[in-house]
Design a protein around this ligand. Structure first.
Ligand code: ADP
Length: 500
């Protein structure tokens, strides 16, 4: 494997130790009711970092009771919105002050480069909480004209107890997208962390209590999906469910929610996003951004630009440059400065990605670079590029969630619109062109929740994110996420003297 990548040698010691491994219920750290724990592993080596409490049905019941009491008896939903806003802002300050420790926990548990966690993910998490702290005291209803002698108003009320299930690819950012709007609207929360990455969210939740969050408002349960996650999704006392993860698991939690109490569900699921490079695009910029669109976070992004469509006139140049860029990617210990790519999160993902790569080779795609594990220890994978990818190959259809770029050739706009939309997913798309009409045509025609034009992966607390088709339903971030956590009550009052 010809690359300038850094070799994986002895792991660098993480600049942090693990403080919290228990469940956080009603403001207290507690063991699982069963006493059970599960190991969370260092993806650089597969070694155990810590043993973490394994929450199950009984723990979810305890956490939901605490959240129920905190909602029904207060003080959280009954505090002034200004007081809630101040607590969220104080938490954002604490989070910012502890960026280094939290980023180190993210890297240790997930494998992502420490520099990215510290400079991107944690600052975005802080920003998200500040954004929603700003909304807390700006949520209000309407006065509505009606056909009759009535005074009509709407009250926008919190829904109640929000159950939230998050994945392992951006543990802190996913925590913020879920918890930020829910708490700003006055709900209480039970959040289940991903079993691969339980360490950072519980650390952050402790800081939230130090910022003045009342007990029971935010409860964190670590544990597995089919046990703790399913218990939350099917709980009769949970009023709303928000889930981020795979499309297959999204179907399961939606079914559990409807079989129990019909709680409303928002889903943020998988993707197979098209990154479209038109013939007039700046090829060097498109190569660089298509590279990061696929390889960022070890390829473990729901909106990864994992189908790179390139116009036939620039195809050869593009493939050559994309290959060179991938060969140049620095892979190695994510705690090292300058590393772009760490290990995949766990052995399941590692094996699955290697299977996808083998299927790409077997189906006749051209392997330009990569194609195997990187080094001999841990879950590292070589940055891999396939060209000559055809629409019906499984590497062009299935979400790989790894560092694998699939490049497809196209001839004209109508064709690429049809091919890009020919997917069960519809999360995001990138468009590279300087032609306004091409950009407008594509951005209107693509059936996706986010279109990035001459940029990719631009995330902002104020900008909504979510999927068309089987990439999910509902939108997170921005003003749109507030709707997920509010009920609308119409209050109709008869007027005694209608002429006034
Ligand atoms: P992945 O396969 O990438 O780990 P999942 O969708 O399985 O993605 O996981 C996302 C989250 O969903 C995790 O917190 C996981 O524990 C949870 N989960 C997995 N299976 C279930 C289930 N049957 N019910 C509820 N939650 C689940």
């Amino acid at each position: 494997y010809n690359s300038t990548s850094v070799a994986v040698e002895e792991p660098i010691t993480p600049p942090v130790s693990v403080k919290h491994t228990q469940l956080l219920i009603n403001g207290q750290f507690v063991d699982a009711a069963s006493g059970k724990t599960f190991p969370t592993l260092d993806p650089r080596t597969g070694e155990v970092i810590a043993h973490v409490a394994e929450g199950d049905v009984e723990d979810v019941n305890r956490a939901v009771s605490a959240a129920r009491k905190a909602f029904d008896e207060g003080p959280w939903p009954r505090m002034t919105a200004y007081e809630r806003s101040k607590i969220i802002l104080r938490f954002a300050d604490l989070l910012e002050q502890h960026t280094d420790e939290i980023a180190a926990l993210e890297t240790w548990d997930n494998g992502k480069p420490y520099e990215q966690a510290a400079k991107t993910e944690i600052p975005m998490t802080v920003r998200l909480f500040r954004y929603y702290a700003g909304w807390a005291d700006k949520i209000h209803g309407l006065t509505v004209p009606a056909d009759g002698p009535y005074h009509v108003q709407t009250l926008h009320e919190p829904i109640g107890v929000a159950g939230q299930i998050i994945p392992w690819n951006f543990p802190m950012l996913m925590f913020s997208w879920k918890v930020g709007p829910a708490l700003a609207c006055g709900n209480t929360v039970v959040i289940k962390t991903a079993e691969q990455t339980p360490l950072s969210a519980v650390y952050a939740a402790k800081l939230f209590h130090e910022a003045g969050l009342p007990d029971g408002v935010l409860n964190v349960v670590s544990g597995f999906g089919p046990t703790a996650g399913a218990a939350l999704a099917s709980h009769m006392e949970v009023d709303k469910l928000a889930f981020t993860g795979s499309t297959d698991t999204g179907k399961i939690v939606l079914e559990l929610a409807s079989k129990s109490n019909l709680k409303p569900v928002t889903l943020e699921l998988g993707g197979k996003s098209a990154f479209i490079v038109c013939e007039d695009a700046d090829v060097d910029q498109a190569v660089e951004l298509s590279h990061s669109a696929v390889f960022f976070n070890q390829g473990q992004c729901c909106c990864a630009g994992s189908r790179t469509f390139v116009h036939e006139h620039v195809y050869n140049e593009f493939v050559e440059k994309a290959r060179a860029r991938a060969m140049n990617r620095s892979v190695g210990d994510p705690f090292k400065v300058g590393i772009e790519q760490g290990p995949q999160v766990d052995s399941d993902q590692f094996e699955k990605i290697l299977r996808c790569i083998r299927s790409g080779v077997e189906s006749g795609a051209i392997l330009e670079t990569g194609g195997d594990r990187f080094g001999s220890n841990g879950y590292y994978i070589q940055p891999t590029v396939f060209s000559n990818v055809q629409d019906d190959m499984s590497i062009a259809r299935e979400e790989i969630f790894g560092p694998v770029q699939s490049i497809l050739k196209f001839k004209d706009l109508d064709e690429v619109i049809k091919r890009a939309n020919n997917s069960r997913y519809g999360l995001a798309a990138g468009i590279f062109t300087h032609n306004l009409d091409t950009a407008n045509t594509l951005s209107r025609a693509l059936k996706v929740g986010t279109v990035w034009i001459n940029c990719y992966d631009v995330f902002d607390a104020a900008v909504p994110f979510g999927g068309y088709k089987m990439s999910g339903n509902g939108r997170e971030k921005g003003i749109y996420s507030l709707n997920n956590y509010l009920q609308v009550k119409a209050v109709v009052t008869a007027l005694k003297n209608p002429s006034w």
